[in-house]
Design a protein around this ligand. Structure first.
Ligand SMILES: [Zn+2]
Length: 361
């Protein structure tokens, strides 16, 4: 899925960002595209979009809203781009017949707002479009309280034919069964590497390192991939993790262990990301070195120069064992082990492994 490069604050995506509103241009599976087309053209039920953080819920909600508002929807379900509604969206990034229940900075909607913005407004006839669209965020567990959900039940059940509801959440189990029984659910699966690549390309991300970083660490979630590729903070973590990785075989043992631990501690909340990066560097190396004789097969190995690859090729490294060591460390950290101790152990064992000492000794 796509958004205008640089147009959005990644940590808090706008509810309304109507830069591109063609379902046909979204980087999604054909099955999902087909389902969306059906939803737009023949299923006017309240829709619940479910997906992890960064899965593309907002983008999809906006795309669908644009299609619902369009006066001349194309056969593939996309908004036409030229009717008065589409022009209004293009020009203003909003629409007269679109209501978004925005929880604001607190992240929690108020029951009064559900009543005044949704329940009281469903009977207002649309002014420009054939439909009136309500986008409602139930993103996090507490975004839409039980009282708010209760206030939504009646509107979801009884509303004029021109009303379209789009609700989105990360975990549908946290919604009331009475809400779930009134909506059609659409789950956003994780996207393929190819889709993510396309999304990054369309967003104008050109730096190969940023691309492969985002691809490796986003778990197929477009929003996460875009954040990783664009956010300077993550870029720094990438650069420093790579520096740390390259220091494994080189640097003096004590300096390495101290510096490595300091780096981890300074970025403690991104530990998982750093470990994933180390894994992805290992994988990148092993693939690059396996594709020996430098055939063209090679990867977008952006992290290592040819000279560096030649140096690493001289080391007898058990890549599988080191990858397993990193996975083990991740598991250990998630079960409350002592952070400093676990990381120090990891650094030491990685360094031993890279220098040909069997991990675990
Ligand atoms: Zn249109």
């Amino acid at each position: 899925m796509v958004s205008k490069p640089g147009s959005r604050n990644n940590s808090a995506p706008d509810l309304v960002d109507f830069g591109i509103f063609q379902l046909s241009s979204l980087a999604i599976s054909d099955d999902l595209r087909q389902e969306l087309k059906q939803i737009v053209t023949s299923k006017p039920y309240p829709l619940l979009i479910i997906g992890n953080e960064g899965a593309g819920k907002h983008t999809l909600a906006n795309c669908l809203a644009a299609s619902y508002l369009c006066a001349a929807v194309k056969s593939d379900g996309s908004a036409c781009g030229s009717c008065p509604s589409c022009r209004m969206i293009s020009a203003t990034g909003s629409h007269l017949d679109l209501v978004t229940l925005d929880p604001g900075p607190s992240g929690k909607s108020k029951v009064d707002e559900v009543r005044s913005e949704v329940a009281a407004r469903i009977f207002e006839a649309p002014r420009l479009s054939p439909n009136k669209v309500f986008i409602i965020s139930a993103e996090k567990a507490d975004t839409l309280s039980e009282a708010c959900q209760n206030a939504l039940l009646k509107p979801l059940e009884e509303h004029p034919a021109f009303v379209r509801f789009i609700i989105f959440c990360e975990d549908s189990d946290r919604l009331l069964p009475t809400i779930r029984s009134r909506v059609q659910m659409l789950r956003l699966a994780h996207r393929s590497d190819e889709d993510i690549r396309q999304i990054l390309n369309e967003a104008g991300i050109e730096d190969p390192a940023a691309k492969s970083f985002a691809l490796d660490c986003s778990d197929g979630r477009p929003g996460v991939a875009l954040t990783l590729a664009r956010d300077e903070k993550y870029r720094q973590i990438y650069d420093e993790s790579l520096k740390l990785f390259k220091a494994f075989p080189r640097e003096n043992r004590t300096a390495f262990l101290t510096g490595g631990l300091e780096f981890f501690k300074a970025n403690k909340e991104s530990t998982d990301l750093i470990i994933r990066l180390l894994q992805s560097f290992l994988r990148e190396l092993s693939v690059a070195l396996l594709a020996d004789k430098r055939e063209q097969v090679l990867t977008d190995s952006s992290a290592f120069s040819d000279a560096e690859l030649a140096e690493w090729a001289k080391l007898a490294i058990d890549y599988e064992a080191l990858l397993e060591l990193l996975s083990e460390t991740k598991r250990a950290l998630s079960s409350n082990t002592n952070y400093d101790h676990t990381i120090s152990r990891l650094l030491l064992q990685m360094r031993n492994g890279v220098n040909g000492v069997v991990p675990g000794t």
